[in-house]
Structure formats: C-alpha cells, structure tokens
Design a protein around this ligand. Structure first.
Ligand SMILES: [Zn+2]
Length: 391
C-alpha cells in the first residue's frame, strides 16, 4: 500500500468523525487483508419535506466516500472493504426527494450504493459508533437545495419596543450522556456550567426589567439546535452559552468569549474549539445543525451580519467584566463557527469560563463563591451592553 493512500484513509477517518461530507476526497485503495464488513440494512426516512435521512447499518468499522452526479441527479455512496449481506433489510417511508436505490460490488471490496434523487440535493454524512441499541452506522442526510430563506418575522427592535423586559437565554453547555470536558479531580463541564447558569439566572430574575430562561435546568442531553429553539421560543433578546475548556497542556488557562464567524475562525485554536463544542450533537446520535456549512449562502442576510456585530459588542462587554474576576486566555472576543450561535436575529455568545484541564482553574470553577463572582460578571457585561445599545 502506498504511503499516500494510508495517510488519506487516516484523514478520512478523522474528518468523518466531524460529520463532514467526503465528496471532495479521492478514493482510498484499501488492502484486502481484513475480512469485509457487511452492509446489513438501509433505512430511509423523511423528516421534513426537504430532508431525507438514509441510515446504513454495518457489521463493523468502515470507510466511505460520498459524491453527487447530475443528469439524472444521484448520490453515490462508496463503502470500502464492504459487501452486501445476503439478508440485507431495507425499510423506507415514502419521500419526496428520493427515487430508487441500487447497489453493486466493485473492485477491491468496494460496495457502491446509488440513490436516485428527484432533484438537486446537498448530502452530508457522518459515521456513528455502536451505542448499545444500534451498531456501526453511516448516516447520510439529503437536503433539497432549492431552499428559500426562512423569513424573520419580527425584528429585534420591534420586539424590544413592545417588551418591557429583557429576556436572557442561558445555555449550560453539554448535559446527560455528554459530560463535556472533565478535570483531573473529576469536575465535569456539564455540572459547573449548570451551576454557573443557575447563579446567573437568580441574579437576573432579581433585577427589575430582566428575566432569564435556561435551555436546560437538569442533567440531561439537549441538541444544539433545540437549545437555540428554546431560546427563540422564549423570545430571548440575548443568548449566552456557558462552557469550560480543556487542553492537553495543564498550564493553559483563562477565560475566552466567542461570537459567530461566517467566514472561518479567527484562529486555528478557535476553529478547534468550535469543532469540539459542535461535536456534542454527534454524541447525541444526530446530525449537526443542518444549516451548518451552507448557512452563509442560504440563510444569511444582512440581519445576520448586524447580529454578529451586536454579538461582538456584547462579547467585549462580558469579557471586560470577566477580566475583573478571572484571568483571560484571549483579551479579545474570538470568532468561530459554533452551531449554537447561529440564530440569525439573536445576539449570541459562547463563554469558555476557564480551563478544567488547569488544576488551579478546576479548583476555582468548583468553588461556589467563584461561580457567583463569575455569574455577577457575566450579568454586568450583559447589562452594560443593553444599556449602551439603548442609549
Ligand atoms: Zn463545552
């Protein structure tokens, strides 16, 4: 096997963990030394008129690539070192998007599955490991590409005018089966974020003109998209996601504040952190926010740009106040493509309160007194921002 092909396969394995489409990757030429993985089932379901999900059940680990063909529109899924099981089970509900499905064994143990589409689609794929209920799976999400932008019914200003109260959505990161980062002493990110969020909420609810909602108030799993949905249902004016970071070096420390970036992360580290936080949805066994990578071209308009500007201002107010009670890792608001910050009309920030991988910061973050200071700092930042904006 040539060294390039090996490197490519490792690369494929690495990026497929992040749910990225492999459409642009060249084929890997696998060796035939190991036994073939069996494709045991294909499940096709429609979750919305413009969204069909195809789940491939496999007997073991696999590598795949995916690409589209036009005239007629097809999605091609190649599974390497894979054969079709004799007892393959196929289930499908009727879908608007998909026509037939075919498969054929190709050279070198490559199994090719072709999905006939009724129109142009944008496929996204990701691999899932066995989770007790199901085994290895490849999930392919197909979205119709003729989406029209979602209208934003009420602008932020109109909402503020008829409201006498600011609603702040507080989003404690992670939860349930997703613990987030874990410190040396066993401190779990999902626990500290919840207790800091509760402290901010109680400060906010005691302040006239302000009200807080939590996206979760228990140790349970909630998808990134549902976090945003909850905030929007509460007509939140501001969305604040709370996290605690970890790094392989225990010396790295300090808080950071992030806003959404449309055009890539402001630093390599920012992108890396965004990937880690976004991976939370994969732990839950579902795709990332399906507006993810094309959001810039499909959904976004000027209101998003204005919202990001607002988020950056909110972020620097909060950062300034956190700087009074904690060391900062970055003195400026960072930008990256966090899925949880993508509401187009709600200024949103993500706070990495500290590094759980730093023993000193882990200790501080567990301390209720420090949590309270942090909570007060976050709210002061929010208040400053809203006062400046009204002025
Ligand atoms: Zn986190």
């Amino acid at each position: 096997m040539d060294p390039f092909s090996k490197a490519r396969r490792i690369f494929i394995r690495r990026i497929s963990g992040y749910g990225l489409s492999l459409a642009l990757l060249a084929a890997a030429k696998p060796a035939l030394s190991k036994p073939l993985t069996a494709l045991t089932g294909i499940r096709i379901s429609e979750s919305a008129e413009d969204h069909t999900r195809v789940v491939f059940d496999l007997s073991g680990e696999f590598e795949h690539r995916l690409f589209t063909l036009a005239d007629p529109n097809r999605v091609v899924v190649d599974l390497f070192d894979t054969r079709e099981s004799d007892a393959i089970e196929i289930s499908r509900t009727s879908t608007n998007l998909m026509g037939g499905i075919r498969s054929a064994s190709k050279d070198n143990g490559r199994l090719r599955v072709v999905l006939d589409m009724q129109g142009k689609v944008r496929p996204r794929s990701f691999a899932l490991k066995p989770d007790g209920k199901s085994g290895h799976r490849l999930v392919v999400d197909l979205h119709a590409t003729n989406l029209s932008p979602t209208p934003i019914e009420t602008s932020q200003k109109e909402r503020n005018k008829r409201k006498e109260q600011f609603v702040i959505a507080l989003d404690p990161g992670h939860g349930g089966r997703d613990p987030g980062a874990i410190g040396k002493k066993g401190t779990r990110e999902k626990d500290v974020t919840l207790s800091v969020a509760r402290k901010i909420k109680s400060i906010i609810d005691r302040t006239p003109g302000y009200r807080a909602v939590l996206t979760r108030d228990a140790d349970r799993f909630i998808t990134l998209r549902n976090r945003v949905r909850k905030a929007r249902e509460a007509e939140a004016d501001i969305f604040v996601s709370l996290h605690a970071d970890s790094f392989h070096s225990p010396n790295v420390k300090g808080a950071s504040v992030y806003a959404l970036s449309l055009s890539g992360a402001s630093s390599e580290a920012a992108r890396w952190i965004a990937q880690k936080e976004n991976a939370s949805d994969l732990i839950g066994g579902i795709s990332l926010d399906d507006k993810d990578d094309l959001i810039a071209s499909v959904l976004l308009d000027l209101s998003q740009t204005a919202t990001i500007q607002d988020s950056l201002e909110l972020g620097s107010n909060v950062l300034e106040n956190i700087g009074k009670v904690s060391k900062l890792n970055h003195p400026q608001v960072q930008q990256a493509g966090f899925a949880v910050l993508k509401a187009p009309d709600m200024p949103s920030i993500l706070i990495e309160t500290a590094f759980l991988s730093n023993p000193g910061e882990e200790k501080k973050l567990r301390n209720p007194k420090h949590q309270h200071k942090l909570a007060k700092a976050v709210f002061s930042g929010i208040q400053n921002h809203l006062k400046n904006r009204q002025a």
